[in-house]
Design a protein around this ligand. Structure first.
Ligand code: SF4
Length: 489
């Protein structure tokens, strides 16, 4: 009894995550939890008013005391979350699309079930039964898993490289990354000097580790926010340090940062994939979210990239942006059909606390600002967000794209998901590696997090670079040393 009582006192954040599946942001004060151990079982009851739900599960009794404690904690936690889920399912009548899953990588569960030799239909049934996931979502997972299993397999002998450029022209209102506005550009030169040093050191680490280069991804921030000269030097430096990858991607997210000369530098370097991201094709929304470009500039950037024979353009859009309903999202999808990207990522708006939208929400909650002063930091109704996500899927289908990666975030509209679609053979290896955490990642630049995978132990070692640009410049040798220790010891 002591163990379950001790443990339950620490589980509050996980219970709140479960309540949020039903749109409940905080646990109400009159929600009661009772925990008992009886007849070799944990028995948990949640009650509020006249609603009551009880769940029970066997108490694990491993001989090894360390394992026993671990397994008992895990069983108590699972039972508690599941019982709260059942309680709210009964009380609200709502069926969350992802059932009781609160993790960010549901594809893992499908791949795990298939890896155990289950047929696709048996795996689908398992996820529906064990986690109450809707058939629509579990079939999406099955499609994603099918495509991922046909892609180049990751393994210990491979390493991905990420190069971060933490500058943007302006800050998007939903952004929680640590990128800064490029401003007067005075940090660009010292940053690029430090990054060039780290790229050379990264090349050494890759060579000494004995691993083969898999995919290179230049992200941020907006790499194309760099001035032309620095951008061209980056492309040349990247190829000198990291030649021969199976895939190169450069994010060119903001269309107003794209020039013919930058596109030529991309093509001449041999980069096959870029990302030009409208997020929405409605000018009014673009202003509200602080993007500082127009839909027309998106069309022009696509035309320019096609003229410069860039083989693969990815498009990112966001469902549920402030002020948008089905007609506005439909318009964005119609424009996507005209622009014909080779891949399309449909995000669902998530409001993170560290984004300008999140800061506004916090200010309203703390009564520092009124609702009227901060009206745009709201998520759309769950059914509207769900309809937009369906429209995104239909549009991808019309473009001949298949879903190939998927992840969830906290605080997402309608508790939905982000899904990447691509033409067959155009799936981005790096996107799958980073989402599924199946490949070593050597991350360079401010805010990059290098990861070493230990599949046997089920453990991931991390070496984060500092996010602040000035600190990164001053401490680049320390960042290099962290990576050497991660990958070479
Ligand atoms: S372009 Fe991306 S990194 Fe830059 S501010 Fe917008 S969301 Fe953040």
């Amino acid at each position: 009894m002591a163990l379950i009582d001790d443990y339950l006192s620490t589980i509050q954040p996980e219970l709140i995550n479960t309540a949020r599946l039903f749109g409940i942001q905080e646990l109400p004060p009159d929600l009661r939890l009772e925990a008992r151990e009886m007849g070799g079982e944990y028995i948990i009851t949640f009650s509020q008013g006249d609603t009551q739900t009880t769940g029970q599960a066997p108490i694990p009794l491993d001989e090894d005391p360390r394992l026993r404690e671990l397994h008992q904690k895990r069983a108590a936690r699972r039972l508690c979350k599941q019982t709260l889920y059942d309680f709210y399912r009964q009380r609200t009548g709502v069926h969350p699309p992802w059932g009781s899953l609160t993790g960010v990588r549901p594809t893992h569960l499908m791949l795990e079930a298939l890896g155990q030799g289950l047929s696709e239909e048996a795996a689908v049934q398992r996820l529906m039964t064990d986690f109450d996931v809707t058939r629509e979502k579990v079939e999406l997972l099955a499609q994603v898993a099918r495509v991922q299993r046909s892609m180049p397999a990751p393994g210990d002998e491979w390493m991905d490289v990420y190069i971060g450029i933490p500058f943007c022209t302006t800050r998007c209102a939903y952004c929680s990354f640590s990128s800064g506005e490029i401003g007067n550009g005075k940090l660009v030169a010292p940053y690029m000097t430090a990054l060039a040093r780290e790229m050379r050191a990264g090349q050494e680490i890759l060579r000494e580790s004995g691993r083969r280069l898999r995919a290179v991804y230049v992200g941020g921030g907006t790499p194309t926010a760099l001035p032309e000269k620095e951008f061209e030097q980056l492309m040349v430096g990247m190829m000198e340090a990291f030649p021969g990858a199976m895939e190169y991607t450069v994010e060119a997210g903001r269309p107003d940062t794209i020039t013919r000369s930058k596109l030529r530098a991309i093509r001449e370097a041999g980069v096959g994939r870029i990302s030009i991201n409208p997020q929405t094709m409605n000018d009014q929304t673009l202003r509200v979210i602080g993007r500082a470009h127009t839909a027309q500039q998106v069309r022009e950037a696509y035309a320019l990239a096609r003229e410069e024979s860039i083989p693969h353009i990815n498009m990112d859009v966001i469902a549920g942006l402030p002020g948008e309903g089905i007609p506005e999202f439909t318009h964005t999808m119609e424009e996507a059909l005209r622009l014909r990207p080779e891949s399309l990522t449909v995000h669902t708006l998530a409001i993170k606390r560290s984004s300008p939208f999140g800061e506004r929400q916090t200010a309203v909650r703390l009564k520092q600002r009124s609702e009227a002063e901060a009206p745009s930091a709201q998520l759309p109704a769950a059914e509207i967000a769900a309809e937009m996500v369906r429209l995104g899927r239909d549009t991808a289908g019309q473009l001949g794209l298949r879903p190939y990666y998927l992840y969830k975030q906290k605080y997402m509209a309608g508790n939905l998901e982000n899904t990447g679609y691509a033409l067959p053979g155009h799936e981005c290896v790096y996107n799958v590696d980073i989402m599924e955490e199946t490949s070593h990642i050597l991350a360079l630049g401010a805010g990059g997090i290098s990861k070493r995978i230990y599949p046997e132990e089920g453990h991931i070692g991390r070496a984060p670079n500092v996010s602040n640009i000035e600190n990164y410049v001053a401490r680049v040798e320390e960042m290099i040393q962290r990576k050497r220790e991660l990958f070479l010891t």
